[in-house]
Ligand binder design. Structure first.
Ligand SMILES: *Cc1c(COP(=O)(O)O)cnc(C)c1O
Length: 404
């Protein structure tokens, strides 16, 4: 079986025990000279990983990330991205998933079984709640929502079977920033695993593990990709035993990511801080400007004074991403707010965020939840892209003039 490849096979197929040109294609023995050095990591693609001999095949089944067994379980490209995401977030281990939601699934599958309970913040990423409501409860896992702005209330809710507590900072859509120190301590006070959805912070706004979280889940779809062209998620841990549970769930669920997708994220990662800071600066400028407009009664942006949890953000964070919501006056009609969103020209209508193009989404907040700290009204969420801030401001202004 073992065929030593010549350093450089001159003519195609030379030295190969095959006459047919297609057999020669498949077994082509050329191997490039060593010594190639370049900045980008190579893109390694494989379903099959080839073993040198039977002994190597048998010994590698148990190697974990010390070797390669099958494309699904990792290639040098996926391992490289895992290591870079772990290092970005200050963790040690990482598993990749084909979306942020799939990364949430891995965490749930790793730590929950029938009879257990999971707690979610009331402002949790919507599809995460939907997974608990449908799949998890169908499998005999119970779930409840807690108020993320009330750590003592969370501590009082814990039951002996509460196995996992999710935390988000800030919450989706309503953007409340919790007291992370107190909230994580409360989540862990009875031995549950505390998992943070770290998509907004991206490893840049704050260091999740400094607050004691056990697991950091991240939708790489957003800032790590930055291109609005990849779906990917990650699960980072520091603790070996927790990582083993996640690794096991990942491997047995059949979850893997494509090397070409990893390539895109690897290409974007070196610029993540400059992009994040640019999104952040423009978002703060536009949030402040919108807050001065007569139609808008509340700005929900953790870095804007007066926004729910602003003092926690100030204590915990170095930066603030490019995402915020505003509340239009309750006395305006919903169709006027819809007309405002439709009148935007540079802002497009769409979910996800972290890409170069600005986005806006109107939400029916009362149908989702009614947080005490939000004024009644019509909520629109903005994701600020990388366009010039003055162009975006003019676009908002013309849309306000058209709609109201
Ligand atoms: C986008 C997002 C996810 C899910 O990521 P996908 O890759 O779109 O599945 C999870 N959590 C938060 C906070 C997100 O914004």
């Amino acid at each position: 079986m073992t065929q030593e490849l010549p350093e450089q096979a001159g003519i195609a197929g030379q030295g190969l025990n095959a006459q047919d040109p297609i057999t020669q294609q498949i077994h082509h023995p050329y191997s490039p000279p060593s010594g190639f050095e370049a900045f980008p990591p190579a893109v390694h693609k494989a379903s099959t990983v080839m073993f040198k001999d039977v002994a190597a095949l048998r010994s590698r089944m148990t190697q974990g990330k010390q070797g390669y067994t099958y494309g699904l379980h990792g290639t040098p490209t996926t391992y490289t991205l895992e290591q870079r995401i772990a290092s970005l977030e200050g963790g040690l281990h990482c598993e990749l998933a084909p979306s942020g939601l799939a990364a949430i699934t891995i965490v749930n599958m790793a730590f929950l079984k029938a009879g257990d309970e999971v707690l979610l913040p009331a402002n949790v990423y919507g599809p995460s709640k939907e997974q608990a409501r449908t799949l998890l409860s169908g499998w005999g896992i119970s779930w409840r929502l807690y108020d993320p702005m009330d750590p003592a209330g969370l501590a009082a809710m814990l039951r002996p079977n509460t196995r996992l507590v999710w935390v988000e900072a800030p919450g989706s859509v309503t953007m409340e920033f919790p007291d992370l120190t107190a909230l994580v301590a409360a989540a862990k006070s009875q031995g549950a695993v505390c998992a943070l959805d770290n998509t907004w912070g991206a490893g840049l706004a704050f260091n999740a593990f400094d607050f004691g979280v056990d697991v950091s889940m991240h939708a790489l779809t957003k800032y790590p990709s930055g291109g609005a062209d990849v779906l990917m998620g990650s699960v980072v841990t520091r603790d070996e035993a927790l990582h083993q549970g996640i690794h096991q769930a990942h491997a047995t669920l059949g979850i893997g990511v494509a090397a070409n997708d990893c390539e895109l994220v690897l290409r974007s990662l070196p610029s993540i801080r400059v992009r994040y800071d640019a999104h952040d600066q423009s978002a703060r400028a536009l949030a402040a400007w919108l807050g001065d407009q007569p139609q808008i009664t509340q700005v929900l942006h953790p870095a804007v004074p007066g926004s729910p949890g602003h003092e926690h953000w100030k204590r915990h964070c170095k930066a603030a991403a490019g995402l915020f919501s505003v509340m239009f006056d309750a006395r305006l009609e919903a169709r006027q707010v819809d007309a405002f969103v439709d009148a935007l020209q540079l802002f497009h209508l769409g979910y996800s965020w972290g890409g170069p193009m600005s986005l806006a989404v109107p939400y029916d907040l009362p149908a989702m939840r009614e947080p005490a700290h939000c004024l009644p009204g019509h909520l629109v969420r903005f994701s600020i892209g990388l366009e010039a801030v003055e162009d975006l401001r003019s676009d908002l202004q013309q849309a306000l003039q058209q709609a109201f």
